[in-house]
Design a protein around this ligand. Structure first.
Ligand code: ADP
Ligand code: MG
Length: 345
């Protein structure tokens, strides 16, 4: 953010001590002009509430509208209609206060390679008008695990470190709300887990976190609330546990020590998919079938289990299912969206 936000810059304190962290009401965005040929409805009347202190996931496939929503909150994209408030501040009418209430970690890694993490955080602190005695550069670097790299040039940092540096940069003005756009896209597993730890610590210390992701696994393991958008529409918004219960669908991939060509009789009930000679995939509703039951059944066939991985059902299935459900509900409400059919790419 190039604009200087230091004017009338009370740090985020006393004001607006009640109410949700973020409140979005019927937010819409059309790129390229309303109704004009080639225009794109990226967000369609999305309403959601992010409670203070929560760790909130905005989940959706590519092109769903996640970045659009986040960029509207960040003040980088202008909404077409609807309202949004951050920490009680309207993003339009109370723009400066709203912006000071959030820190944004963008999707792209854009860092000046010739600055060190310390220099970047000092610069950013100045930009946000944080008085020098209140600079928290070391503390923030520590919190994202970059203390040892404080004085190395950014170009020397690994991808995961750069991502954490962006998190640090977003935190210099102590915003109560931290927003991250696909923080782990393209980050390897180990670094992903390090970043998750940093985010968990920040959340535990009181920061409300909103992140976008297209990994259900990530949303599940980090977040207490999940909102799902697809084609610009909100199709689910509830606690992680209630969403997982509602989906009631798990997937377990088992590798065994011998070739399996046909399904052993003891496993027929579970109808595994035999993906290759030694790997079977089980899809099952965890409310009725426990994974241990399947493992025991495999054991009883005499096959030895070499490897087990479990995950939720493929996201595409979930998006399709929930989209279908939400369309079914909508047709009761009888809204006409005739002009929006072209974007089912
Ligand atoms: P996500 O972050 O979920 O992948 P985006 O918010 O980036 O989705 O995009 C939502 C839709 O809006 C996509 O169809 C995308 O092509 C379109 N879009 C995004 N930015 C622009 C833009 N600046 N101009 C026109 N269309 C855009
Ligand atoms: Mg995006």
């Amino acid at each position: 953010m190039s604009e200087n936000l230091s004017e009338d810059a009370p740090q985020n304190t006393a004001q607006n001590t009640v109410g949700p962290a973020v409140e979005i009401e019927r937010l819409s965005k059309t790129y390229g002009g309303n109704g004009r040929a080639g225009s794109k409805d990226a967000l369609k009347e999305v309403s959601l509430t992010i409670p203070r202190g929560s760790f909130f996931a905005l989940l959706g496939p590519n092109g769903a509208g996640k970045s659009t929503l986040i960029n509207i909150l960040a003040g980088l994209v202008v909404k077409t209609s609807g309202e949004a408030r951050i920490w009680g501040f309207d993003i339009e009418h109370d723009m400066r206060a709203a912006r000071r209430a959030i820190g944004v970690v963008p999707q792209e890694l854009n860092l000046d390679p010739f600055f060190t993490p310390r220099e970047m955080l000092e610069l950013q602190s100045g930009l946000y008008g944080v008085p020098k005695p209140q600079w928290r550069v070391d503390e923030i670097l520590e919190s994202v695990g970059l203390r040892d790299q404080a004085d190395s040039y950014a170009r020397r940092l690994s991808g995961g470190m750069r991502r954490r540096l962006l998190v640090a940069k977003a935190m210099v003005h102590s915003p109560p709300v931290l927003v991250l756009d696909e923080p782990t896209a393209g980050v390897d597993i180990e670094l992903r887990h390090q970043l998750w730890q940093s985010l968990r610590a920040l959340n535990k210390a009181g920061t409300t976190i909103l992140l976008t992701t297209h990994y259900l696994e990530e949303a599940e393991s980090l977040c207490d609330q999940i909102a799902i958008i697809n084609h610009g529409r909100l199709i689910a918004c509830e606690s992680t546990q209630s969403l997982l219960n509602r989906l009631d669908s798990k997937l377990m991939s088992i590798t065994v020590d011998q070739d399996v060509t046909t399904t052993p009789a003891a496993l027929e009930n579970y109808a595994p998919e035999i993906v290759d000679a030694r790997q079977m995939i089980f899809r099952y509703p965890p409310s009725r079938i426990h994974s241990g039951e399947i493992l025991n059944a495999i054991d009883s066939t005499g096959l030895k289990i070499i490897d087990v991985t479990t995950r939720e059902t493929e996201l595409e299935d979930i998006f399709l299912r929930l989209t279908r459900e939400s369309h079914a509900q909508e047709s009761h409400i009888m809204e006409s969206h005739g002009s929006h059919e072209a974007d089912n790419s």
